[in-house]
Design a protein around this ligand. Structure first.
Ligand code: AMP
Ligand code: MG
Length: 317
């Protein structure tokens, strides 16, 4: 079991010694280490069983600190940082040499982000290095949105879990790179529409196969243990009559059925649905069912990121 608490000085002390600390962010919990220390970063890959081709996101206290990490911080990237930081946006920029290759998986770029969570921001301000932090889950599984999710899966691998409560956004950051203009590599907490309001039209390139620029692009990712089938739930129920199923609904319970159900947003808001999504997927894995029948949510705003995660969760490994 990892130690759990709100003590940022304790977190700093451990990080200063190259150890792993789980940190709360508004998106999901991160598994953090000193981003400039290759040995510390290697512990992240080992704890997550993460393949070395999957780069880590580097977390900074302010946009000013980005200049220490990149060789170019283009105007469009600065405009996005000014609009959405602290917040769920990662910018992919050309890296400086002192960032270990392990952190960027050998890429010439680094993903940087300023997270919006009071405790983690305070911690980042205390440190004299940035924090490399991917999601604090075993590679390929659903990201953790509550401290107990980290404790359950990686409790024996991290020294300390900084307890920041449940994550406010609940899906990972939107990843934006720049190649002939802005490109979205991963849909996330900042909606495509919001990005376009700042920099104009962006390309969305979230589907890539064997050698992804951003491994969140792998077709099967964010995958729970239970098999998930997407579609119209009433129809799916008639197609799977003899199975132990559970339902994942967006807004309302399906009436007149004894089947267990999780409703993502009783109030019908996509933001609430995003907050609850990963905890729901984890809950199904604890239920005595063989199949989860799920429906997509409205494909707008953060709904696009929710649907992206549902599709990847439904793609069997
Ligand atoms: P996680 O925080 O677990 O969602 O993982 C970080 C993700 O950020 C990676 O899987 C990539 O999708 C993305 N990422 C990090 N650095 C880069 C980079 N230099 N280029 C492209 N994508 C990146
Ligand atoms: Mg991840």
């Amino acid at each position: 079991m990892a130690e759990l608490g709100k003590d940022i000085n304790r977190a700093k002390q451990l990080l200063d010694h190259g150890e792993l600390v789980a940190i709360p962010t508004e998106t999901v919990y991160g598994l953090a280490a000193n981003a400039l220390d290759a040995t510390a970063a290697a512990r992240i890959f080992a704890a997550k069983n993460r393949p070395s081709f999957d780069p880590l996101i580097v977390h900074v206290a302010t946009a000013m600190r980005v200049h220490e990490l990149v060789t170019d911080f283009p105007d469009q990237a600065q405009a996005l940082a000014a609009s959405f930081w602290p917040g769920p946006l990662t910018l992919v920029l050309p890296k400086k040499n002192h960032i270990p290759d392990l952190v960027t998986a050998g890429l010439p770029t680094v993903g940087v982000r300023c997270p919006s969570h009071e405790l983690t921001l305070e911690l980042l301000h205390l440190l004299d290095y940035p924090l490399a932090a991917p999601s604090a889950n075993p590679f390929g599984y659903v990201s953790p949105t509550r401290p107990e999710h980290v404790q359950e899966q990686l409790g024996s691998q991290v020294a300390y879990i900084l307890d920041g409560g449940p994550c406010r956004v609940g899906v990972e950051s939107t990843i934006v790179g720049f190649a002939d203009g802005p490109v979205i590599y991963r849909l996330g907490g900042v909606a495509v529409e919001e990005i376009e309001n700042v920099v104009g039209r962006v390309r969305v390139m979230t589907h890539s196969s064997s050698n992804p620029v951003a491994p969140g692009q792998l077709a099967s990712h964010y995958a729970p243990a239970r098999q998930i089938v997407l579609g119209n739930i009433a129809e799916l129920l008639t197609q799977h009559p003899n199975q132990k199923v559970a339902l994942l609904r967006y807004h309302k319970r399906l009436p007149d059925t004894p089947v267990p159900q999780i409703v993502l947003s009783p109030s019908g808001s996509l933001e609430e649905a995003a907050q609850n999504l990963f905890a729901a997927l984890r809950q199904f894995d604890k239920m005595d069912v063989t199949l989860v029948l799920a429906e997509l949510v409205p494909d707008t705003g953060i709904g696009r990121a929710i649907n992206d995660r549902l599709r990847r969760a439904a793609t069997s490994r």
